[in-house]
Design a protein around this ligand. Structure first.
Ligand code: UTP
Length: 234
């Protein structure tokens, strides 16, 4: 059975606590879990950034702010597990060994952040390596990787395909403060390069995009892979 690691941005799963997309994601994840083994890494979104900002205002250092961010990712992960019920392993994996252990129950495995100075992008890339995933999907609030931030630069162009080396070149030079918002963090870029596991970046604001990609191999996003063939097709 295919193994897929999905990095679900906090901003797409829990744009705000009350108006969250958890029900829609639960329905999609339950549908695809019959066809492949699913691992989810949940991000912290705006709530994590709020905690980080307040902690900094109070004089906390970057690592301490990161720890708060990690706690918020795990809170979001808990919410997703609550929504998934029996379909998920009931605990949030707190390291990669645990994630591998939990996977033996043949349920959806959910985790959040792990350690300071990175984001859940890095967690998802290392998790993909640890479980020998066939594919890594990053469901985020943009529909792919652009030459510049499409929310700020109208001239930004979307890449349909990148090699892992091209991705690393784009990432290098990005800032890595707590709560920083870059295309992917550098740890993720390096792990994607060394593992060679294909990455698909897609717009997760509509959960159906995830369903279409996994179930039908149809997507509109950016693929990062050594070969240019569609990694979603058998
Ligand atoms: P996210 O992975 O959610 O960051 O982690 P993000 O890039 O803001 O992602 P979106 O908006 O959810 O898509 C939130 C913060 O938690 C800390 C970092 O400070 C990060 O910015 N964090 C997370 C860590 O320090 N280590 C981790 O392993 C994960």
């Amino acid at each position: 059975m295919k193994k897929i690691v999905i990095s679900l941005g906090g901003s797409v799963l829990v744009p705000s606590l009350e108006s969250n997309n958890i029900r829609q994601y639960v329905s999609v994840l339950k549908k695809v879990a019959g066809e492949c083994r699913i691992f989810i890494v949940v991000g912290g979104g705006g709530e994590a950034r709020r905690y980080i900002r307040v902690a900094r205002d109070l004089g906390a250092g970057e690592a301490a702010a990161d720890e708060l961010g990690i706690m918020v990712t795990r809170l979001n992960a808990r919410l997703l597990i609550a929504g998934l019920g029996d379909a998920a392993y009931p605990r949030v994996a707190e390291n990669y060994t645990e994630a591998c252990e939990f996977a033996q129950a043949k349920k959806i495995v959910v985790m959040g952040g792990i350690t300071p100075a990175q984001t859940t992008d890095a967690v998802s890339a290392v998790l993909a390596e640890s479980v020998g995933a066939d594919l890594l999907i990053n469901a985020t609030s943009v529909n792919g990787i652009y030459s510049a931030d499409p929310k700020k630069d109208a001239a930004a162009v979307k890449y349909e395909h990148l090699t892992p080396q091209e991705l690393l070149a784009i990432i290098t030079g990005s800032r890595m403060d707590a709560g920083a918002n870059t295309v992917l963090d550098i740890v993720a870029g390096k792990v994607i390069e060394r593992s060679g596991i294909p990455l698909l970046v897609l717009d997760g604001r509509d959960p159906e995009n995830l369903y279409r990609a996994i179930a039908e191999g149809v997507y509109s996003g950016t693929v990062v892979s050594r070969e240019s063939s569609n990694p979603l097709l058998p």
